[in-house]
Ligand binder design. Sequence first.
Ligand SMILES: *[C@@H]1O[C@H](CO)[C@@H](O)[C@H](O)[C@H]1NC(C)=O
Ligand SMILES: *[C@@H]1O[C@H](CO)[C@@H](O)[C@H](O)[C@H]1NC(C)=O
Length: 349
Amino acid sequence: MVKKELSKVFWVVAATMLAAATVGYTQQVPCYFIFGDSVFDSGNNNNLQTKAKVNFLPYGIDFAKGPTGRFTNGRTITDFIGELSGFQDFIPPFAGASPERAHIGMNYASGAGGLREETSEHLGGRISLSNQILNHKKAIKKVNVPVHRLGQCLYAISIGSNDYINNYFMSKPYNTSRRFKPNHYAHSLILLYHIHLKTLHHLGARKVALFSISKIGCTPKMIRSHGGGKGCAREVNTAVAIFNKNLEDLVKDFNKNVHGAKFTYVDIFSGGDPLAFKVLGFKVRHKACCTLSPGEELCAPNKPVCANRSEYVFWDDIHSSEATNMMMARSSFDGPLGSPYSIASLLKQ
Ligand SMILES: *[C@@H]1O[C@H](CO)[C@@H](O)[C@H](O)[C@H]1NC(C)=O
Ligand SMILES: *[C@@H]1O[C@H](CO)[C@@H](O)[C@H](O)[C@H]1NC(C)=O
């Protein structure tokens, strides 16, 4: 692990110990909008015909309202960021939210969603980033959210993981890996991302936190399918690192060339090694906490879970536990993961 990564890990340790001091801020911005995939989804897939939904126990076992459609045992990264930003309530999923909520924020994220429209189609229904932005457009137009207000809101986006897991690295039914080299594929994804971000900016977004793809080659699922069952799948991490580098450059480009843009890149990739999690005190780094459905990456309904969930990096075979989410959120909020802004300083811009 390179030095830069280790220094980020140690910062996370410090952030976690200091965290008590940062909680309890008054609300920093008037509104908060969330876009992305299962990392951020809080229930938008519950009424879709899809395999990518989790509105059953043990999902939500540590969440006050029980299973909601969050792909983890408790809170997501965006839930923690909302708390740290002073929001009293969780941002509701777009599906089923009252229209007036568009003044305060909505969560449009959808498990299995991607940048490419065909991504995850083998799983069934899901909402791609472009359709999430369409939903946002409808939501803010319907109740006429003032453009001045929209410019003050926080926007968080995490997208791209499925374009790798449920497209590029799934050679059936997808053929992108035969059509693109990893650098061309990353480039094509970033071109799409650029178009969608232009639309979002046009709709008034200025303070936007763009999350990198995490080290998905180190998830139990990818270790099994592409890592020979042993170490992290290097081929996967290498491909994702190219995407992340391009995303960081895209953020710089927006900040330099697009009117009023205050974008920040949030690196949740660098600290994501099993070694880093060991330093952070996680005891189990290669195995899901819950009992998996046979041959699947999601937890089986109502089956036993591990005894101490805060010792596990992973909740199921692909999604992180609440304990991991909390560390990621805290170190994005006022730690070193954001560039050029931490989320805390983005709120003050
Ligand atoms: C890849 O798949 C798409 C449909 O998903 C098809 O239209 C296209 O012809 C295929 N390309 C190659 C090179 O196989
Ligand atoms: C669970 O694990 C955490 C982290 O290792 C530890 O601090 C805590 O005491 C454990 N809880 C129980 C009930 O063993």
